[in-house]
Design a protein around this ligand. Sequence first.
Ligand code: ATP
Length: 138
Amino acid sequence: TERTLILIKPDGVRRGLVGEILRRVEAKGYTLTSVELRTAADDLLAAHYAEHEGKPFYAPLVEFMGSGPALAAIAEGNRVIEGFRALAGATDPTAALPGTIRGDLGRDWGLKVQQNLVHGSDSVESAEREIGLWFPGR
Ligand code: ATP
């Protein structure tokens, strides 16, 4: 069965939204098979966000993502990659539709990086790569 890496970013943890976000994932019917709370090191974040290196938001993104604990999870289920990205909503939380995690719970805070509560892998290849980074050996 397909799996994906979900991150609840430091803004979601700081705001106390872990339960609300995981509730939506479970209510949709996906299975959480690994969950871990930790502050990501710079080398993990550099590998995770390698495709964005050189973009103007890269440095603020890595700084924000390492600014406090994030929750990393593996979720499983048929088409969970597409399904979680639909649950998450658009990258920009202002534009994300109501009914989505970002649309219901996020907003623009006027910062250099979009603090948009969650990350979800965008393909089978990136899911396996990201799971290998956050959960070595799983
Ligand atoms: P994620 O990969 O976190 O699920 P995504 O796939 O919707 O989000 P990406 O394009 O991979 O978005 O960008 C990674 C993250 O970088 C975004 O989630 C957001 O936090 C930040 N980001 C992306 N684009 C911008 C931007 N133009 N300005 C500020 N921050 C941005």
